[in-house]
Write a protein that binds this ligand. Structure first.
Ligand code: COI
Length: 357
């Protein structure tokens, strides 16, 4: 048990939200949980109103990017309760990411307690419409003020929440993805497996270029050979080739260890689908398409959930996958995972963390 103080906001922004057009990450609920690291330890933390945080120009993270974040979701279950999907996975990954950028670990139970209290206080912000959820964004950053390049002696962990609809405006309709040829995201030995700002900064120009060309995002190839498929950036990527579900392995250290990725692979194995975590080249994907063996492509992620890919463009060639329609494997994964999240399907996996309200 942690002694988490609570200072409630005297006002609420709840009425100003357009609940019929939530989009993604546009609205922020009334409170945040915040804990500070000083003299080698995290304090118990408190819940305070969402608002500006005073920042000096010399704050090291603005210069050197010593920051990590997470993404998870709370759902309004059909029985009216609140379900969070596998939050301990995100707490653990926060610490794995932190290791790579010298951020001290945060105790998993402490994380869960801060998160629980925050959602209890802002529970009305968990939307009840199917397909909507309360996106939870934990963020940690060094907040020391200095100009030398070294790790910060002090840090802040903040958990904020945002009511959201689907990440892509397309929803469950397939997205178009551009395979990145001129840009790379991460190299072996680098930060690719960490949910840290540097990876997202590295994706901005490529993402912008893809948007201008009419694509939702880019698919990253490995930075050395530019052959092997890595990930999309906001999601991991999966291919159904004949009856095999193929996804790149994590051992390169260039791919994010997605919680939805792991859940989909486990469910696929349970359903008797052949699963291969193995290196796959972009040429193999296009070749499989030529032979009629590429049945489905879809992304997995907390924000994206399951996002079918209907079109891939690489080297002047465009392929259309499954007639620009969601395929049966993606649909089954979407139905099963969201069914568990909204409490429509029994949680036999122990993946649902219930918040008492
Ligand atoms: C997530 O899926 O939670 C992400 O963090 C992806 C993106 C919004 C950065």
């Amino acid at each position: 048990m942690y002694d988490i103080k609570i200072s409630k906001s005297e006002t609420t922004k709840f009425e100003s939200v357009n609940w019929d057009n939530l989009g993604f990450g546009k609205y922020f609920s009334d409170h945040v949980y915040i804990s500070e690291y000083k003299d080698g330890k995290w304090n118990d933390g408190e819940i305070i109103p969402y608002g500006p945080i005073p920042t000096e120009p010399a704050m090291c993270t603005l210069h050197y990017g010593q920051t990590i974040f997470e993404g998870l979701k709370a759902f309004r279950a059909v029985d009216g309760g609140i379900n969070v999907f596998r939050p301990e996975k995100n707490a653990n990954r926060l610490n794995t990411s932190g290791k790579l950028v010298c951020i001290p670990p945060f105790d998993v139970n402490h994380f869960l307690e801060g998160l629980t209290k925050l959602i209890q206080i802002d529970n009305k912000w968990v939307p009840s419409q199917r397909g909507h959820s309360l996106y939870i964004r934990p963020l940690v950053y060094g907040d020391g003020n200095f100009l030398g390049v070294h790790s910060s002696p002090t840090f802040k962990l903040i958990i904020m929440t945002s009511p959201v609809a689907s990440y892509y405006p397309e929803g469950l309709a397939p997205v178009k993805i551009l395979v990145a040829k001129d840009f790379v995201r991460a190299v072996r030995g680098g930060l690719g497996s960490a949910k840290t700002a540097a990876n997202y900064a590295a994706s901005l120009l490529a993402g912008d270029t893809a948007k201008k060309a009419g694509y939702s995002q880019v698919l990253w190839l490995d930075a050395v050979n530019r052959h092997f498929v890595d990930e999309v950036g906001a999601m991991n990527i999966m291919f159904v080739i004949n009856d095999e579900l193929v996804t790149p392995p994590l051992d390169s250290g260039t791919i994010l260890r997605g919680v939805t990725r792991e859940s989909v692979l486990e469910l696929a194995r349970d359903f008797g689908i052949k699963v291969s975590e193995r290196p796959i080249t972009i040429d193999e994907v296009f070749e499989a398409n030529k032979k009629g063996e590429l049945k489905e492509v879809f992304g997995t992620g907390t924000a994206a959930v399951i996002s079918p890919v209907g079109q891939l463009h690489y080297n002047d060639e465009t392929i259309i996958i499954n007639n620009m329609e969601i395929g049966p494997v993606a649909q089954k994964m979407y139905d099963t995972i969201t069914g568990m999240q909204y409490g429509e399907i029994k949680d036999e996996k122990g993946w649902i963390y219930k918040i008492k309200i």
